[in-house]
Design a protein around this ligand. Sequence first.
Ligand code: SAJ
Length: 450
Amino acid sequence: MCGQMVTKITVVGLGYVGIPCAALLADVDGFQVTGLQRRSKRSGWKIDHLNAGKSPFEGDEPGMEELIARVVKKGTFRATDDIEILKDSDAILIDVQTPTDADHIPQYDSLKEVSKQIGERLQRGTLVVVESTVAPGTTQNVVQKIIEEHSGMIGGKDFDLAFAYERVMPGKLIHNIVNLPRIVGGITPKSTMRAKEIYSKVVKAKIHVTDVLTAELSKTIENAYRDVNIAFANEMALVCENLGVNVYEIIEFINELSNRMMHIPGAGVGGHCLPKDSWLLRYGLNKYGFHKMEPQFITLAREINNHMPVHMALLVEDALKKKGRPIKGATVTVLGVAYLENADDTRNTPAAAFITALEEKGAKVVLHDPYVREWDFGPHVIERDLRKAAKNSDCLALVTKHKDYFNLDFDGFRKLMRTPTIVDGRNVYDEKVVTAKGFEYRAIGKAGIE
Ligand code: SAJ
């Protein structure tokens, strides 16, 4: 690096997006990256963990361990909770959480706090990039305003600002940042070009440049599109269950045509983005639109998708009933609490609504997940040993398609369990095989309530 200008980058928020992004940038010659994270009770441990060169992710994350070890060893990456680092940054990337509340209103506490901290320490010429998903209009109306207010500087003149959304998902964190196209929209063409310049060092795919509002809308529309598609698949799954037909067979027929892509129904839609991005879209529209307009499609899709875990509980109840066991007092083993297969991520997992629905019916739940380390959901503990979790149980209810659930020893489990029933929320088991082993089988989209 001798003689080369060093670009100092600070990544604020060390979560599923911030960590891989910071580590990848730190692997670029000439970039010196600091990850900034509050030393909170829940995630403060990550700072020391990362500085020791270790990956904090539990699920499979190809390339992550090596990458973090390498950049820490090289000395181009470190994590800290010292916000003064913001003063010493050429570029600041914001990767904090932007959840929505029970009324679907975005909770921008972290985003606003970070914007204020940046504003108070901003040096002229710094580039700020929002990577967190936000309601359309937020980068300019919230982030820019707060930074300007606390710095006395003007966005686009004294500092640059852009929105550049990520497309990561657990299990593919590095892969998606490097290989998926990126959309970058700045508040001025100069902001856009400066942000693009940074991403061009790590992104191998196309980087599209646009304005900030288009980039923000693109993110929320992209995820609303996926949510609506999944809702359609879920509704068709309920239709097929009701007519005694296997929806997955139909999906295969349809998707054989190269321009069709029917989505996959299931036990529910979770994750940090899909369950809330439609609400962000609606919020931005209500707040910054020219006229009042209530979007209908995306709202209905949210309702349909949110109903799936409740429907799962009805399937459990029906399977148990068939075996002569009332759900009240029954023990249900939940297979998987992560929202995505082979990952440790529980954000907005449909397992939560499913467990609540089961408990409302008087069932006792035992949770199993091979990847999830901790989950802040009531007094429940997560069992790691599948056989222990199934012992004396009345139902195995699969919520997450973890590979660990693929080849179950049905004979062994039938002997372990008090009542042999299986409810399959992700089309993992073959009805014929399972019923031949003496289980009562219910499944989303193919073996419904008769
Ligand atoms: N799901 C279904 N049926 C499907 C697809 C997904 O029920 O056909 C469910 C999953 O089980 C899961 C939820 O939806 O609970 C979300 O799954 P996902 O595969 O969309 O995963 P996310 O939310 O981690 O990632 C999405 C990604 N979008 C796509 O793969 C098209 C990712 O690219 C985005 O970056 C991410 O949202 C995000 O951060 O916005």
